[in-house]
Write a protein that binds this ligand. Structure first.
Ligand SMILES: [Zn+2]
Length: 309
């Protein structure tokens, strides 16, 4: 998904096309939740000559997280969404600690059979995250809150460089560790010039006794209340580095998809193994502001899961 760090019409088109994704999901408020479902079909009014009436258009349902447009129906809503139902490399997945391959356990015979896995370990060792503070630009898409990024921040994975386009949230988390979800999941969305995507995911854990996290407080203070609302303040900055855990050398890597329609399977997922802690009050503010917007877990289907530790 992409998008959107400028207001150019070109960029807006890109956003609309990929829309689901990025935005993926967040937990938005009641009004936005209601807006997720729409009926663009036209019912014929009574007592009119049906011969003159245009054929009714197929009922169109927008994707969302509840009801007719919910995740279990995404694959049926649009031909472009078929991968949501038929894809074999979908996201999110459960990250089972006992079931990943790493440099430390790769010397067993099973892992040595596949050189690709060893290459992935090497890629993780050459991960570079180069983020910088940026002006505040936030949009309530109705499905998530999206923070658009100005050019200059990037992620390098092996020999591939991905530009940071935007970041957004899901409530509760989409990925899970051993079946356990955290309060929030933050997705940093990057795109390479080739169109490949890389998403860096950070889970936020609500912990009793934990104080407010300053950068999270900035996010919470700038959540646009209604669908379509946008807050742009070039005099205020947000520093994405403050939303990362201390240990960036503890990462999972797997190949997956967008977690929103069209569920395209061109995403390299990097998930920080260590959640960052936020206060329970901050977690409650998120859940008050955003309706649940996490796609359910998808089958792993024998995909390999790599760890950098
Ligand atoms: Zn997302």
């Amino acid at each position: 998904m992409l998008p959107v760090s400028t207001d150019s019409s070109t960029t807006r088109r890109a956003v609309l096309k990929l829309g689901g994704w990025a935005l993926g999901s967040m937990c938005w408020g009641r009004s936005a939740r209601a807006a997720v479902l729409s009926d663009r079909g036209s019912d014929s009014p009574p007592n009119q000559n049906l011969d003159r009436m245009p054929k009714p258009t197929p009922r169109s349902i927008s994707w969302g997280y509840i009801g007719e447009g919910g995740p279990e129906r995404w694959g049926e809503l649009d031909a472009d969404y078929r991968l949501c139902a038929s894809g074999q490399r979908q996201s999110p997945i459960d990250l089972t600690a006992a079931d990943f391959e790493s440099a430390s356990n790769s010397m067993n015979s099973t892992n040595l059979e596949n050189a690709a896995g060893l290459e992935s370990f090497a890629v993780l060792e050459r991960l570079e995250i180069d983020y910088h503070p940026m002006p505040l630009a936030v949009t309530n898409t109705g499905r998530t809150v999206r923070f658009d990024c100005v050019p200059g921040s990037s992620l390098t994975l092996g020999d591939r460089r991905f530009a940071l386009k935007q970041f957004h949230f899901h409530c509760p988390s989409e990925h899970r560790f051993d079946g356990v979800a955290e309060a929030i999941e933050l997705h940093f969305v990057h795109r390479a010039e080739t169109g490949e995507l890389a998403v860096l995911a950070v889970l936020l854990r609500a912990e009793a006794g934990c104080g407010d996290r300053a950068e999270v407080a900035t996010l919470l203070d700038n959540l646009p209340p209604r669908t379509g609302d946008r807050i742009g303040d070039p005099t205020r900055t947000i520093d994405p580095r403050a939303l990362l855990p201390d240990r960036l050398d503890r990462l999972y890597l797997y190949n997956g998809s967008l977690t929103t329609p069209p569920c395209s399977e061109n995403v390299s997922w990097l998930i920080c193994a260590d959640p960052i802690a936020i206060s329970t009050a901050q977690a409650e503010r998120f859940s008050d502001a955003v309706a649940p917007n996490a796609r359910p877990l998808q089958p792993r289907n024998r995909r390999r899961l790599f760890g950098s530790f």
